[in-house]
Design a protein around this ligand. Structure first.
Ligand SMILES: Cc1cc2nc3c(=O)[nH]c(=O)nc-3n(C[C@H](O)[C@H](O)[C@H](O)COP(=O)(O)O)c2cc1C
Length: 196
């Protein structure tokens, strides 16, 4: 089983990456044969959706804009589960917004053109982690949740606040919510969802 971690932060050594890595570690430790890969969006060129209405998803899920998006989308398709991490950036970093709008546009035109096959991310379990400077971060989790639904993925939820995922505020070691442990637990939950 493959679990892909997408880090939406523009800082390589930031807290978002630490939380995504903790979730991947949790997934790896929870089940035999789980392989993980972490992809920092900061290393990829992913521009905004160009609104190419005439050609978007003409071939199912094919985006004609030439940058790193198509190869990232095929890595997402290839993964059995996905962890998405985002910092709170008033509210979501623009490169991650670009990734989300590109996927959602392809999904919309997939249906609009009457393609019969499944959506490429359909029913894929996914989980979210968020890093903030101290804010609640719930608006970021809600954004990611809406994205997952529009992409036809299956977002995990938790039985404790903030329900949509894990948030780490400020210094992760000092945060009383113990977000690194919580992210590990979330990764374990994702691994068990993949086994079902
Ligand atoms: C453009 C921008 C906007 C931000 N807005 C907020 C905010 O509204 N509330 C907050 O608590 N932190 C805010 N932050 C702080 C980041 O969420 C915080 O530093 C987080 O740890 C960044 O993730 P990283 O460590 O992965 O880089 C903002 C940071 C940036 C760069």
């Amino acid at each position: 089983m493959k679990v892909l971690g997408v880090v939406g932060s523009m800082r390589k050594e930031g807290n978002t990456g630490k939380l995504v890595q903790a979730a991947l570690d949790g997934a790896k430790g929870a089940a035999e044969g789980v392989r993980t890969q972490l992809v920092p969006l900061s290393t990829l060129e992913i521009g905004p959706c160009q609104g190419c209405y005439e050609v978007c998803s003409k071939t199912p899920y094919r985006c004609v804009v030439k940058d790193d998006f198509p190869s990232l989308l095929s890595r997402m398709e290839d993964a059995d589960g996905i962890v998405i991490g985002s910092p709170l950036y008033f509210p979501v970093p623009s490169r991650l917004v670009a990734l989300c709008e590109r996927v959602v546009c392809l999904a919309y035109f997939h249906d609009r053109r009457g393609h019969k096959g499944p959506h490429v991310l359909e029913d894929k379990p996914c989980a979210f982690v968020v890093a903030t400077g101290g804010g609640e971060g719930v608006e970021v989790l809600r954004y990611l949740f809406q994205f997952a639904l529009a992409a036809r993925m299956t977002p995990l939820t938790l039985k404790r606040y903030p329900y949509y995922g894990v948030v780490g505020r400020g210094d992760l070691e000092k945060d009383e919510a113990k977000p690194v442990e919580a992210a590990r637990d979330l990764g374990r939950l994702l691994a068990s969802a993949l086994e079902e």
